[in-house]
Write a protein that binds this ligand. Structure first.
Ligand SMILES: Cc1cc2nc3c(=O)[nH]c(=O)nc-3n(C[C@H](O)[C@H](O)[C@H](O)COP(=O)(O)OP(=O)(O)OC[C@H]3O[C@@H](n4cnc5c(N)ncnc54)[C@H](O)[C@@H]3O)c2cc1C
Length: 480
């Protein structure tokens, strides 16, 4: 059993928090704190001392001001589905659950942006956007997760081939700093109701994206949304090895015709992911890919098809094992809609394993996908885990996501530790090949920092100190 840090509940602190957000929205009840002490990942459980659910910006400001004054840690939280232990309160303190701040403030259906509060879920935004025939880059994650948390954590979704990361879709932000000060970045900083663009101002949104909740609490965010062209065509192929699959994705990625271009290993294509490791049947291909395209007209679709046919033919001519293939209808739905019943639901990822799931998630140059996958496969099979790996191009070919979804049995400390070891080994291999882990499990931050340029670490520390002088925001997540 892992040892829990010392509890630090103070009745006077609770009273003060309750006076800010109301009696019903601040608690130190043990069973509620317990519910926030763990997530799906292998990261050890730690209780917060207080759970606080504000419903307004003013309340967030007052909580932060008080916490900063008393030097109490604060962990921002929306749904806790990040699978990297990012919301586990390493040093206890206040768990700031922002779910009640769930207003869709505006959808500008002409200028194509939405302004939302942090508690707005993917399901909630989808319902409203579809009324306007608009869409967002939906991740293959739980529909209850927050759109804003996904965007500020460099999340990816079904439009990342076309528009890049969801953080690249942010147009403006309102943020409460750890001191309680209210700031704005992007166009809304200049005019109260202008939420259309971060540019041409200095890119200060970077102070709050990729920071894993350690630099401030985002209270409003503007994001670009996009019209849904009516003609869907998904190009599907299989290949016998990662080399042939990444050569194809490299080649097709050059033409930038796909909203999403993704490859999945045989193990990730199984429902559920086999746990423990199960060998692939000899006659099954090792890789499958889907390239999702949306066109405005049949002719536009045919033009895309012509490019795809040309790419497939040129790969086969080079001796590739690539084959055109048919993908199940339900799996296709998961590429364009919120996770379907069959593919993409957390239950389906984890149900054979016993509730645990975590990942080595990385941004890796496409050229390194082959060598990294081959090493990961050895590492994971060695740990009796399935090499259930996904690769996805971001905007063309220069880099993309390489990640493995690793279910494990959370009820067994040995099996949990086994998964942790395997994931950390995988992340080291990726770093060796020039990749960068993202949303990394907390105990891996130090490994990243060991490779970092001293100037990067120094700048990171200086900016952190400036924004969060008392180091109260989600402490411990950066290993600095
Ligand atoms: C099966 C499965 C599949 C997934 N697939 C994908 C995928 O395809 N793409 C993808 O991107 N993700 C994926 N995820 C990860 C995750 O579901 C998403 O990133 C999700 O959008 C995170 O939202 P959340 O509300 O759970 O965030 P949380 O886990 O609550 O928070 C994430 C981080 O943001 C911080 N934070 C939260 N709110 C704020 C705020 N207002 N201000 C500042 N910091 C804040 C937290 O402290 C934490 O560090 C998947 C997860 C699962 C379980």
């Amino acid at each position: 059993m892992t040892e829990m840090p010392k509890e630090n509940v103070d009745g006077n602190v609770l009273k003060e928090l309750a006076s800010i957000v109301g009696e019903k929205s601040a608690t130190s009840a043990k069973h509620i704190r317990y519910a926030y002490s763990y997530d799906l990942s292998f990261v050890s459980r730690k209780n917060p001392d207080y759970v606080v659910m504000p419903e307004s910006v003013e309340q967030v400001q007052a909580v932060m001001k008080f916490a900063n004054q008393e030097k109490i840690p604060v962990v921002p939280y929306t749904a806790g589905t990040n699978i990297g232990g990012l919301c586990i309160p390493e040093r206890g303190g206040i768990l700031l659950d922002l779910k009640r701040m769930n207003k869709i403030i505006a959808i500008d259906a002409e200028s194509h942006y939405a302004v939302i509060e942090p508690g707005v879920s993917h399901a909630q935004l989808a319902t409203e956007l579809y009324k306007h025939n608009l869409r967002w880059s939906w991740p293959v994650g739980p529909p209850s997760a927050s759109v804003s948390s996904n965007a500020i954590s460099h999340g990816i979704g079904g439009l990342s081939g076309r528009y890049g990361l969801n953080s690249e879709e942010i147009t403006s932000m309102e943020v409460v700093l750890p001191t309680g000060e209210l700031v704005r970045v992007g166009s809304c900083a200049i005019q109260e109701n202008a939420w259309h663009s971060c540019l041409p101002l200095p890119r200060m949104d970077g102070l709050f994206t990729g920071w894993l909740g350690t630099s401030g609490v985002v209270t409003k965010i503007g994001v670009r949304v996009h019209p849904i062209p009516p003609v869907l065509k998904v190009f599907t192929v299989s290949a016998d090895n990662i080399e042939d699959m990444s050569a194809y994705m490299f080649n097709l990625g050059n033409y930038e015709i796909c909203d999403d271009l993704t490859g999945v290993s045989w193990w990730l294509a199984q429902v559920p992911i086999p746990y423990p490791y199960k060998p692939k049947p000899d006659d099954a291909p090792e890789w499958f890919s889907f390239g999702t395209t949306f066109s405005w007209t049949e002719k536009e679709k045919e033009a895309r098809e012509e490019i795809w046919e040309m790419v497939v033919a040129s790969e086969i001519e080079k001796g590739s094992s690539l084959k055109k293939t048919v993908y199940p209808e339900e799996a296709l739905k998961a590429r364009t809609e919120l996770p379907s019943q069959i593919v993409g639901s957390t239950k389906n990822y984890t149900k054979q394993a016993g509730g645990g799931i975590s990942w080595p998630g990385t941004f890796t140059p496409l050229k390194a996908w082959g060598p990294v996958y081959n090493d990961w496969k050895k590492i994971l099979i060695n740990h009796n885990l399935s090499p259930s790996v996904r690769v996805t191009n971001y905007r063309g070919v220069h880099y993309g996501m390489l990640r493995a979804m690793i279910p494990f049995n959370k009820k067994s400390p040995e099996e949990t530790e086994n998964a942790r070891h395997a994931i950390v080994e995988c992340l080291k291999v990726d770093l060796d090949h020039g990749g960068i882990p993202y949303k990394p499990p907390v105990d891996f931050a130090r490994e990243i920092n060991q490779r970092a340029h001293p100037g990067y670490l120094s700048l990171l520390k200086q900016v952190k100190k400036m924004l969060d002088p008392n180091d109260i925001m989600n402490p411990g997540k950066f290993g600095i």
